[in-house]
Design a protein around this ligand. Structure first.
Ligand code: NI
Length: 257
């Protein structure tokens, strides 16, 4: 049983075979999938997929690179979509300074990030955090979120083990996907060794981030066993234990079980 906590099946990369692929998931042992939104269109598409498949759930929100399309109606829209019974989180939201180096742009990203954290608080939903090249600012804002009692996951974690430990201390989960299988992923492997399995969530971020031996190809939840095997090796436990514990972790955070 696999719980893919981050999969973009609304992406155009799946247009040719989306429904065959999703329909094959239960037989492949993929019992739960969360499709996070990145803007209005993908948030709506995530909800539509969640309505069609009992094992698909949606998250809604604006990711930082999409900040330019955030307008005066966006906040009300996220609030409305978040009320859908199959919306289990606000996300993905956060900061991405990799492409946006201008201080003005980064300031806007922080404004929309904080605004969406408030929406999560108001909707009583956890958050899915996207953070790239923005370690210090993300930590500062997530400390505020922690004080507010907002739960969540730092998805596709790319920072140090010390940062991971700080998030774990606040109760946040760390999202681990295909990068764990890459030869050069020394930092992430240290993170996996350092934090308890009870704080790790499985994710693909598909269509991106396919694990070895499929690196560079289109990813899907069907490749999660490669990630599980890598985590099991690093933690010195069985693959089955990784599957079960990460499944329970995701159920607790997103499905309130
Ligand atoms: Ni994503």
């Amino acid at each position: 049983m696999y719980f893919d906590t981050h999969a973009h099946y609304d992406s155009s990369h799946f247009d040719a075979d989306r429904h065959e692929l999703l329909a094959s998931m239960p037989d492949a042992g993929v019992d739960c999938i969360i499709d996070p939104g990145c803007d209005e269109a993908s948030s709506r598409a995530a909800i539509a997929l969640a309505e069609r498949y009992p094992f698909v759930y949606a998250a809604v929100g604006w990711q930082p690179e999409e900040w330019e399309s955030w307008d005066c109606g966006s906040e009300a829209l996220v609030r409305e979509l978040a009320r859908h019974p199959k919306c289990v989180a606000i996300g993905e939201i956060g900061l991405d300074y990799y492409w946006d180096k201008e201080e003005e742009v980064q300031k806007n990203q922080r404004i929309w990030f904080r605004r969406q954290l408030e929406l999560a608080k108001e909707s009583n939903l956890p958050v899915i955090i996207h953070s790239r090249d923005a370690a210090a600012d993300t930590m500062e804002i997530m400390k505020e979120a922690y004080v507010q009692g907002i739960k969540g996951v730092i998805h596709c974690f790319s920072y140090s083990k010390e940062q991971a430990q700080e998030y774990v201390k606040m109760g946040y989960y760390i999202g681990v996907g295909g990068v764990a299988t890459f030869k050069n992923a020394k930092k992430l492997k240290e993170v996996i060794e350092t934090i308890p399995l009870e704080k790790i969530l499985l994710e693909t971020d598909c269509p991106y981030m396919a694990p070895e031996p499929y690196r560079g190809k289109r990813n899907s939840s069907l490749y999660l066993p490669y990630v599980v095997e890598k985590i099991a090796g690093l933690k010195g436990v069985t693959a089955k234990e990784v599957e079960e514990v990460t499944y329970r972790n995701a159920e607790q955070l997103f499905l309130g079980k």
